[in-house]
Design a protein around this ligand. Structure first.
Ligand code: GDP
Length: 453
């Protein structure tokens, strides 16, 4: 039996309601020591999952709060154990006093993610579901939340478990033949497995492909704003961010470092990176900024090239445009449209060219249209998008081992040679679902959580 843990689940802010969680079999006895039920003689009489009124008392018997409690009997609770939640008034002082009373009554402080870890350990969720819990908590767009909610509901697990079952079947059949040669076990024809194995590899490949969208869903689109000094890059960033984030001056070369700002452009989360104006320079500090700009352009999901439309394009503009052409997603903005323009869209080698005025915000709606079209592909965020780097890496290894098993089959290798690959693939998949994951990795996963979840 695991010990009883307690934590505040609603953080350390003043809120209308603050929730304290208690989990561990027998936790109702601990709850009873600090909570005087108003209408029931004891927690054993309290109906399951019903909010009941009572008074929380500190160690001296003084009232801490009059509040509600809900008792959920294991195994049908979040953690799989008996749990009690107190819905208190959300003052950090009230919650701290209540927590202290619970510790004195026998509970211990919960570690980060310990409630969810217990749910995983008790078989209430697999690791894909447990990891999605933190993604759901941290989701900052409706799409990211929808995808995480789908994964908490088991969408990813349902995709992976038939594949894992195919591999398990294959391995167990093979081992049965090997270990019990005298038994009448159907002969092992690896070729019978070829088709199913190939279908499994395809399914993993589809999942792996979803990761580029998943990364964007999780981290946002990284967008580098490029252009020579003074064309209005910082002004554009400020216009998009809706507040002053970068000091705007009319002395060229003042944005010496890159500045990052996250903004929502409709449903797309953009991580805008304002780069130092790119141009050939002798200035050492500025040269570092220029180098950073080049790197930002190379690593960005989206490159936004800005030029000053009120003056002719320069050699520097041309050089910077060359940096942008390698990017799969690039947009050119002809800025300062209020000053009249001498630069035509046809002068710029971009698919998307938009005249804008960073000062008035004109043209930004059109920019938003293009960005939305580029990055919301309309595919459902139902949990089938892979967003987690750890999962991506494990599935990639599972996929590669599967390909190598398939190749072994084609080449007619002996079953034991092929099965080494199959077992490797299984083990990598097990890291995703939690079937074979090592204790130290499990520990690290739950450290990402907050206390109380
Ligand atoms: P950066 O060096 O590319 O980041 O350029 P800034 O954003 O610092 O802008 C340089 C100068 O151009 C500032 O004086 C801005 O006020 C001005 N500026 C930026 N955008 C516009 C615009 O749309 N119209 C006009 N008239 N001036 C602008």
């Amino acid at each position: 039996m695991s010990h009883i843990i307690a934590a505040v689940s609603t953080g350390n802010q003043v809120t209308a309601i603050g929730i304290i969680r208690l989990s561990g079999d027998g936790c109702a006895q601990v709850a009873e020591k600090v909570f005087a039920l108003q209408n029931y003689p004891s927690f054993s009489q309290v109906p399951n999952r019903k909010l009941v009124l009572g008074t929380l008392k500190d160690k001296e018997g003084r009232t801490i709060d009059q509040c509600m409690a809900v008792y959920t009997r294991g195994p049908h609770s979040y953690t799989g154990e008996d749990t009690v939640e107190f819905h208190c008034h959300g003052s950090p002082a009230v919650l701290a006093a209540a927590l202290e009373a619970l510790y004195i009554a026998g509970a211990s402080p919960a570690k980060r993610g310990e409630f969810t870890k217990r749910a995983f350990m008790n078989g209430h969720m697999d690791l894909t579901q447990a990891e999605a819990v933190i993604d759901l908590i941290e989701a900052d767009t409706p799409e990211a939340a929808a995808n995480a909610a789908g994964q908490v509901g088991g969408v990813l697990q349902k995709k992976l478990s038939p594949i894992y079952n195919v591999l398990t079947d294959l391995c167990s059949h093979f081992h049965a033949v090997l270990d019990y040669p005298d038994e009448d076990i159907e002969d092992f024809g690896l070729e019978n497995y070829y088709g199913t194995l190939r279908d499994s590899a395809k399914a993993l490949h589809t999942l792996l492909q979803s990761y580029s969208r998943g990364r964007i869903l999780r981290q946002g689109v990284s967008a580098a704003i490029l252009g020579r000094p003074n064309v209005g890059k910082s002004s554009l960033l400020n216009a998009l961010a809706g507040f002053e984030r970068v000091i705007v001056t009319d002395v060229p070369g003042t944005t010496r470092d890159t500045v990052e700002e996250t903004v929502m452009v409709r449903s797309v989360k953009l991580r805008l990176i304002d780069t130092a104006g790119i141009r050939e320079t002798e200035d050492k500090i500025e040269a570092m900024g220029v180098e950073r700009s080049r790197a930002a352009a190379e690593n960005a999901d989206l490159v936004i090239f800005v030029c000053d439309g009120s003056s002719p394009l320069t050699e520097d503009d041309q050089k910077i445009m060359e940096l942008c052409t390698d990017s799969p997603n690039a947009i050119a903005l002809i800025n300062k449209s209020d000053k009249g323009t001498v630069v035509l869209p046809s002068d710029l080698p971009f698919m998307n060219v938009i005249p804008v005025c960073a000062k008035s915000g004109e043209g930004l709606e059109q920019l938003a249209d293009v960005i939305e079209e580029m990055f919301s592909d309309g595919a459902p965020c139902d949990g089938s998008i892979l967003t987690n780097a750890r999962q991506f890496d494990a599935i990639r290894r599972a996929y590669e081992s599967m390909l190598s098993a398939l190749q072994g089959l084609k080449l007619g290798l002996t079953p034991d040679a092929v099965l080494i690959d199959v077992e490797e693939s299984m083990s990598a998949m097990g890291e995703v679902t939690g079937a074979t994951v090592r204790e130290d990795i499990t520990a690290r996963i739950f450290e990402r959580f907050c206390v109380g979840k």
